[in-house]
Every structure is written in C-alpha cells, then in structure tokens.
Design a protein around this ligand. Structure first.
Ligand code: KG4
Ligand code: ZN
Length: 357
C-alpha cells in the first residue's frame, strides 16, 4: 500500500508560533501526528494587545525549535514529509513573513512542494480533523480578527453571506474583558465571570439586530459596556456586566444565525444542512449551547472543532494544505505575504461609518 500523504503545517500569522504534522487516513479523517503551539501571552501581556515587532521577534526565536519538536513528536523523518503548508495571510506582515520564509526554505531543502494557506481557510476546515464533512456547509467564523457567515462551497470556494461591519467578535470579548480589568487576552475569562453574574442586570444594545440581513456590528455594544464599566465599583457588578455581555452576544448570534440559515438554504436548496462554527470564540461554551439549540430547530447539524483546535494552531493549516495537496494545488516559492487575503474575494467591503446595509 502506498504511504498516505504527510503534511507539515506552520502558523505564525499573529501571536502563536505553531507547527503540526498530519497524515491522511483511509477513514477520511486525517491523523494528527503532532500539534505544537507556543503562545506569546507573556510577551504582550503588559501592553494589553499584540505588538507586531515583538511577536515577529518571538516567532524568529522559536520557529525552528517548534518545527523540530513537531517532527520529533510525530516520529517521522523530515524526508517523510510530502509537502510544507504555511499560513500566507491574512495577519501581521512581519509575523507572516517569518513562517513563510522558513517554510519556503524548508520545502526547497527537502525538495517537496510548498503550499500557501489562507489562515481563515485553516479555521474553516479545522473540524475536518475530527469529522467527515461534505461541501457545501454554512460556516460561522468567529475569531479575534474576523467575524463572518460564509457558504463553504468547496476547497477555496467561499461565498460571504454576512460580516461584521466594525469589530470582530473576539475583539469585542477582549475589549470588554480589558474594561473589567481582566488581563489580555481576556475573552475566555468573560465566560467564567459570566457564570457568577446576573445576565439581566444590565441592558446592552444589539446593534443592527433588525436590519442588514446577517451582517453584524459590535462597536455600539462596546461603547455601552465602557459607559457601564466606568461606574462599576464592586466585583458583583463586574460579574453582572460579563453575564449581560455574554447573554447579549448569544441573543445576537441566535437571531443572525437564523437569517444566515434562510440565506444558505435559499442557495443550496438542501434540506439537511451542516453548520460549522470555528475560530477562537467557538470555544465559548455558552455560544456553543445556544447555537446548537437553534440549529436543531432549523434542521442544521452543528459541528464545532475540538476545543484545542478552535484557537490558532498549525494542524488546521496542515489540514487545508492536505486538501490542496490532494488536488495538486501548489504554490511557487515567489508567493508573497498576503495580509488581507479574503476568503470571498468578490464580497463587498463593508466596514466603517458610511457603510450602507
Ligand atoms: O482564532 P483565534 O485564536 O485567533 C485569531 O485568528 O484571531 O481567536 C482568538 C480570539 C481572542 O479574541 C480570544 O479572546 C477569543 O478568540 N476567545 C474567546 C474564547 N476563547 C478564545 N472568546 C470568548 N469565549 C471564549 N471561550
Ligand atoms: Zn485565527
């Protein structure tokens, strides 16, 4: 029997240096042979956000060590690798460049194909590391930099149905956390705070809830949180605000997802559809629970990546790389960093105060 393809994935688009090895499998679900992620929380903590130059320096310091660790843990030899897949965008130019140049040099030295992967496609395909999923499917991508509903029609074939017109959802979580005095990145802690609070204590706005189809907006919500947070002087109200924020987000996502379901069904005409929720915020258990309930009611099967594959990792980059490898979709070594690489390049730009919905 021929050896199943083995792909090395590399990810350095923001503040995680990551490398992973996956191997295709007869089951249709690839095996993760190793998945190493090194986060830079400590590097950026005191600045309250990611500092690009510091992030890039940290990637440079670690990329070879992390890649070596991934190869060692997978128990393969470097020459067993069939292709090197790396995030080519979107992300921070100085950070992407580190992974991209490292991957190019490696692919050249082992004489194996080089594959540039869209980071968002990595998130979109991340559940395929655990489940068999057929195209098309509806995707809600909720991360620190992006928030979109997309129809995933095939590999590298996306149609955007809705998008945030201002902040990304992860950004809204992180900013709320900062206002509550939680260290960066505070998104995951909001959930813990929320469990201890009363979600009806503060009424927060739900911007563009009843207009703009399944487009989303979180900027007004952030301003409202800021005003309330300024006057909070006890722990209990911090928990109450976190709970009110969490509940408001759940309500917004439920309403907008129902609209996205309708739009998707109108396009596909399929009765039993799949709804994938991916990206860092997909780790939020409250959001998972609520979306699961409305999906059932609307004949959509929900699929979430396993928790450790929600946030940035290289296994998802290798996954997208494997699908491209199987279709012989390789890239040239002159591929340039693409910091604004969109999944649907035909979608209208919908950001800023002058946006018409
Ligand atoms: O996908 P990701 O790791 O990086 C980007 O590509 O942006 O997403 C990171 C984002 C951060 O904003 C983080 O606060 C948020 O995901 N996040 C969460 C949770 N876990 C991570 N937000 C809400 N609840 C969580 N449990
Ligand atoms: Zn990401």
């Amino acid at each position: 029997m021929n050896k199943k393809p083995i792909i090395l994935g590399i990810e350095t688009s923001c503040d995680e240096t990551a490398a992973a090895i996956i191997q295709d499998d007869n089951s249709g679900i690839p095996k993760i042979l190793s998945n190493i992620v090194s986060s830079q929380f400590d590097v950026h903590k005191e600045f309250g956000g990611v500092v690009p130059e510091l992030a890039a320096r940290s990637h440079i310091e670690k990329i070879d060590l992390i890649t070596n660790k991934a190869i060692k843990e997978s128990k393969i030899k470097i020459t067993d690798i069939d292709a090197v897949a790396v995030t080519g965008g979107p992300g921070l130019v100085v950070c992407l460049s580190v992974g991209l140049n490292f991957a190019k040099a490696l692919s050249l030295s082992i004489n194996k194909p080089f594959i540039a992967v869209n980071h968002l496609e990595g998130h979109a395909l991340s559940p395929k590391l655990n489940f068999k999923i057929d195209y098309p499917y509806l995707l809600l991508l909720i991360s620190g930099g992006h928030t979109q509903y997309l129809s995933v029609n095939g590999l590298s074939n996306y149609e955007r149905i809705g998008t945030t017109i201002d902040d990304a959802l992860g950004e809204a979580f992180d900013k709320t956390a900062k206002l509550l005095g939680i260290e960066f990145p505070g998104g995951p802690k909001i959930e813990e705070f929320a469990k201890k609070g009363d979600c009806n204590k503060f009424q927060l706005p739900k911007p563009i809830l009843n207009k703009g189809g399944c487009n989303l907006s979180f900027a007004g919500l952030k301003t409202a949180v800021l005003k309330i947070a300024k006057n909070i002087n006890n722990e209990k109200d911090k928990y109450n605000l976190a709970a009110s924020f969490q509940k408001t987000i759940e309500d917004i996502l439920c309403k907008k997802t129902k609209i996205a379901f309708k739009e998707f069904v109108k396009k596909t005409k399929i009765k039993d559809n799949t709804f994938v929720i991916a990206g860092g915020v997909a780790a939020n258990k409250g959001i998972r629970g609520k979306l699961e309930v409305i999906s059932k009611k609307n004949n959509f099967k929900t699929i979430f990546p396993e928790l450790k594959l929600c946030s940035d990792n290289a296994a998802m980059i290798a996954m997208a790389g494997l699908e491209k490898f199987k279709l012989n979709k390789f890239d040239n070594l002159n591929f340039q960093v693409n910091p604004r690489w969109a999944l649907d390049e035909n979608a209208k730009f919908l950001k800023g105060s002058g946006v018409k919905l």
